[in-house]
Design a protein around this ligand. Structure first.
Ligand code: 4AD
Ligand code: MG
Length: 467
């Protein structure tokens, strides 16, 4: 560190720094512009999209030596005095008095030069891409979304609960599980019947990375009434799409004494709150996305905040899709799960806003969803968003013991494995509901980023876990 002067974040300096203030900034050089008597460098410390312009006068001690080291990517500490900027684009700039180059970046090899790079290329340098404008904006918005989420639930008295990452149950029953084992894969122990002998494994049974914290969130909701989880979830689905990750974050509120209506109302208020919060706290970043990534970003945010979501049953949605004058790749008929093209048609072509689709056929949804009177559909709700498709999946839960047991068996699962989950229906059962928001899909929706790999710092997808 240079000395005891206060060091300040660039976002704050650009917002409220005053001429004649002495301060230190620390960051990375974005550009260098050498003029006859002095040099401009743009320094960024990740706190804002905008850089701080620093002027290095040629009278500065060791001017030439420092300049040689000050290339794009180098880390610097600059002590100086703020001056009113004469140039366009910024209110203040920093006149350097003392410059320390902490780490150089060789211009011959440093891959992030001034030109614009494709997101595909930037994925190959995942350890450096956060130093670009786009990824800076993405991760600030991601942080703001996380903040908004906690704020929303904490203000409403929800308890944040931590559910396990290693689990023995498959919440969604889809079999998309990553196994967790400490067995030696070169010498796996077998039982007499040649099955893997999991009694020799770490937990004495098969275990997996969780696909959802819901079942455990239900346990906690039966004591605290309103809870939410916010953590990583894992799915070994071999989907190479722009909306699927093998490791993604999910937010899962769970409410006792709540039905599907209350669940939908909460989910809608929740999304509105997050958009409102990010519009207020990250306006510069959202403007950037609107200008450079997707020119509907700001209109979408306004649309979310100001319009009621469409609410429609699955059966009605199918009828609308059957009438649609477009040819879908997957033909539509009652009983089939909605594909992304159907979801997008509904909110992009028909409603022009998010849609909440409810009451899906029982056979395409998970065992825990509450069976409707018709015995054919369940109290499910998916929220579909323009360009993204499903962003939230949730339901009212089956609180009746016998019905739940029937549903578990019908789906080929074992009631013994879920004894503790069934106990929740034996002791003090209550109508309850909840949902899961895919955090990365939310960030995609908010920023207009086309590929989900570009809204999480370290994406995990099939054949890819490099960084
Ligand atoms: O619809 P899903 O599978 O629902 C559940 O897991 C429930 N247990 C949630 C609950 O009711 N508590 O997943 C919820 C959301 C989806 O709507 C989607 O946004 C996201 O998680 N999601 C994924 N996001 C990224 N990559 C994947 N592979 C995803 N799979 C689901
Ligand atoms: Mg779903």
């Amino acid at each position: 560190m240079l000395d005891s002067m206060v060091n300040r974040r660039i976002a704050e300096i650009l917002r409220s720094g005053q001429p004649d203030e002495s301060l230190i900034v620390q960051g990375w050089v974005r550009t260098k512009r050498e003029l006859k008597d002095f040099t401009f460098i743009e320094v960024n410390d990740g706190s804002s999209l905008a850089n701080l312009q620093v002027i290095l006068d040629q009278d500065l001690p060791e001017y030439d030596k420092i300049l040689k080291k000050l290339n794009t990517g180098a880390s610097v500490e600059v002590a100086g005095v703020l001056v009113a900027s004469v140039g366009k684009g910024q209110r203040v700039e920093l006149k350097a008095e003392k410059v320390k180059v902490c780490g150089e970046a060789d211009p011959e090899t440093y891959p992030l030069q001034k030109k614009r790079h494709s997101f595909e290329f930037l994925r190959t340098i995942g350890h450096l891409r956060s130093r670009t404008n786009s990824f800076g904006a993405v991760f600030r918005v991601r942080n703001a979304c996380a903040n908004a989420i906690h704020q929303f639930f904490q203000e409403r008295g929800f308890l944040w609960v931590q559910t396990p990452i290693i689990t023995a149950s498959d919440c969604e029953g889809a079999g998309e599980l990553f196994s967790v084992t400490s067995l030696n894969l070169k010498d796996v122990p077998h039982t007499e019947t040649q099955a893997v002998d999991y009694s020799k494994d770490f937990f004495g049974r098969p275990t997996y990375l969780t696909v959802s914290g819901q079942l455990e969130a239900e346990v906690m909701a039966m004591a605290f009434a309103q809870v939410y989880t916010f953590g990583p979830t894992f799915r070994a689905e071999n989907s190479n799409t722009s909306r699927h990750l093998a490791e993604f974050w999910m937010v899962e509120p769970e409410m006792a004494f709540c039905n599907l209506q209350g669940n939908m109302d909460l989910a809608e208020a929740f999304l509105k709150h997050i958009f409102q919060y990010v519009m207020e706290t990250c306006s510069e970043d959202l403007e950037f996305f609107n200008q450079r990534i997707d020119n509907t970003v700001l209109a979408t945010a306004e649309n979310i905040i100001n319009n009621q979501f469409e609410r429609i049953t699955y059966t009605k949605a199918i009828a609308l899709l059957e009438k649609a004058d477009v040819k879908f790749e997957y033909p539509v008929s009652w009983g089939l799960d909605l594909q992304s093209e159907h979801e997008r048609y509904l909110c992009e072509q028909l409603f022009h806003k998010p849609a909440i689709v409810t009451d899906y056929p029982a056979q395409i949804k998970a065992f825990y969803m509450r069976l409707n009177e018709d015995e054919n559909t369940v109290r499910a709700m998916d929220i579909l968003a323009p360009k993204i498709g499903e962003i939230i999946g949730g339901s009212q839960r089956e609180e009746r013991l016998e019905v739940l047991e029937r549903r578990i068996i019908a789906q080929g699962l074992k009631t013994e494995d879920l004894w503790w989950y069934l106990d929740l229906r034996r002791y003090g059962t209550v109508p309850h509901a909840g949902f899961g928001l895919g955090f990365e899909r939310l960030v995609q929706f908010m920023t207009g980023m086309g590929n989900i790999r570009d809204v999480i710092p370290f994406p995990r997808t099939p054949q890819n876990a490099e960084f």
